[in-house]
Design a protein around this ligand. Structure first.
Ligand code: NAD
Length: 427
């Protein structure tokens, strides 16, 4: 099939490269010329394991990138993978996505054959009916050959390619059998007997995505809440959670307590579904508490650090800046409130991350950044571990070069050892 993918960010680039790799003809469309040039050079505009190899193998063949929407009508299906960031009140900002939806509609105004426009972006149920459907239809000047569907994306940054190639579940939200069949055809090469396919309407499909993320974020917050209680009792939360994970109803997944969730999805999506629920007059108390617990975790880490180091004028190493390992994405990374709070206390910050220094430099230009964890630790009065990059697990002698070897671990990646003052956040 010929697929057009609008938006070449984390999701758009991954799905475009993967669709091309499984045999579809793909046009990746982005308004950002730099991104388009990067793709056409055979490089990935974002850091994601395995992605560059797929782009390199397919660009100039089944994958092409452009800033023009001209390829949209020639394609069989269009996926919209545009960012949906938060407004100040937590609701989603649909400006960019609506503009892309309208431009896609315009490109399809004269098309005679049926065409499916699939929203890949995470959007609330009312925004499909009230904003995005109308934007596509207005753009297409009422052309009823154009249909809008929803196919929420569940890939995780850091393992995006693998997640997309091996989905646990696919959710097709459509208004017609024809549209469902079209999605079945698109995803057929990625579907095997282990892939659950949920076929439903677009609004339910969009709610499935929010329910999924709200559930996972709340699970982590609950685990963190319980973990904080364990710490108060002087107990190891990991021992406790290891035991409750043996209960099938709980499962062993997502029981690692720590400095909390971040990234471009959980915070934004939980805020958005809270805002959308409030708009309907409902206050989702559990989700509000999940956000509150999450917001507290960086402050708890600093309290632990302050138990050993006077932060005013102290040199503090922040290890890990991306919101999770194996990505350079710093959106809503827990490193951000950590750095802000350290700055407020008058600490001198020295930070390191294997791939996310550059984006963090733009956000905090006054922080000192180093080329290695060892350099960051050298001469530091204390350190906080914010991201569980594998390379931190092997740090050892490096702690001896600290002025005072105090380590507050937010991810349980460092082994407690002789010669350092070690504090686990919830253990
Ligand atoms: P992103 O910000 O990385 O990428 C969006 C891209 O769209 C950018 O490259 C931007 O230049 C481009 N763009 C903006 N306006 C455009 C227009 N009018 N025409 C063409 N291109 C345009 O966003 P992302 O992280 O890929 O997220 C996209 C959506 O997918 C969001 O709704 C997000 O919630 C959802 N999602 C993200 C993830 C993830 O892990 N990042 C996972 C699942 C779902």
């Amino acid at each position: 099939m010929h697929i057009s993918v609008i938006g070449s960010g984390y999701v758009g680039t991954t799905i475009a490269a993967c669709f091309a790799d499984i045999g579809h003809e793909v046009t990746a469309i982005d308004i950002d010329e730099e991104i388009v040039d990067t793709l056409n050079d055979g490089r990935a505009p974002i850091s994601e394991p395995g992605l560059e190899e797929l782009i390199e193998a397919n660009i100039g063949g089944r994958l092409e990138a452009t800033t023009s929407y001209d390829a949209v009508p020639q394609s069989d299906v269009t996926f919209l993978a545009i960012g949906t960031p938060s407004n100040d009140d937590g609701s989603i900002d649909l400006t960019a996505l609506s503009a892309a939806a309208e431009a896609t509609g315009e490109a399809l105004a004269d098309k005679d054959e049926r065409h499916l426009v699939v929203i890949k972006s995470t959007v609330t149920p009312p925004s499909i009916t009230d904003v995005l459907g109308p934007a596509v239809r207005n753009g297409a000047d009422g052309n009823d050959a154009v249909e809008v569907g929803m196919n929420p994306e569940f890939l995780r940054e850091g393992s995006a390619v693998d997640d997309f190639q091996n989905p646990d579940k696919l959710v097709f939200g459509t208004n017609s059998e024809w549209a469902t069949e079209r999605l079945e055809n698109v995803f057929e090469p990625l579907t095997d007997e282990d892939t659950a396919v949920v076929e439903t309407d677009p609004q339910t499909a969009s709610m499935i995505k929010y329910a999924n993320n709200a559930f996972l974020a709340s699970k982590i917050s609950l685990v963190n809440d319980l973990g904080n209680i364990c710490k108060e009792f002087g107990l190891d939360a990991y021992e406790v959670m290891g035991a409750i994970g043996l209960d099938d109803r709980i499962s062993e997944q997502f029981l690692r307590s720590g400095v909390g969730w971040g990234g471009s999805c959980f915070p934004k999506d939980v805020d958005a579904i809270i805002a959308a629920a409030r708009e309907e007059g409902y206050d989702p108390a559990v989700l509000e508490a999940a956000v509150e617990v999450n917001d507290r975790q960086p402050a708890r880490m600093l309290e632990l650090l302050e138990g050993h180091v006077d932060l005013e004028g102290a040199r503090i190493a922040v290890l890990g800046l991306s919101f999770k390992p194996r990505t350079d994405d710093i959106r809503n990374s827990r490193a951000i409130p950590m750095i802000e709070r350290l700055e407020d206390r008058g600490a001198e910050i020295v930070a390191y991350d294997p791939v996310a220094v550059e984006p963090m430099q733009e956000r905090f230009p006054d922080v000192e950044y180093t080329e290695s964890a060892a350099d960051a630790l050298e001469g530091a009065d204390g350190s906080v571990i914010v991201t569980d990059w594998d390379e931190f697990a092997t740090l050892d002698e490096e702690f001896n070069a600290m002025a005072t070897p105090v380590v507050v671990d937010g991810r349980r990646i460092i082994q407690r050892r002789e010669g350092i003052t070690y504090e686990g956040l919830t253990w």
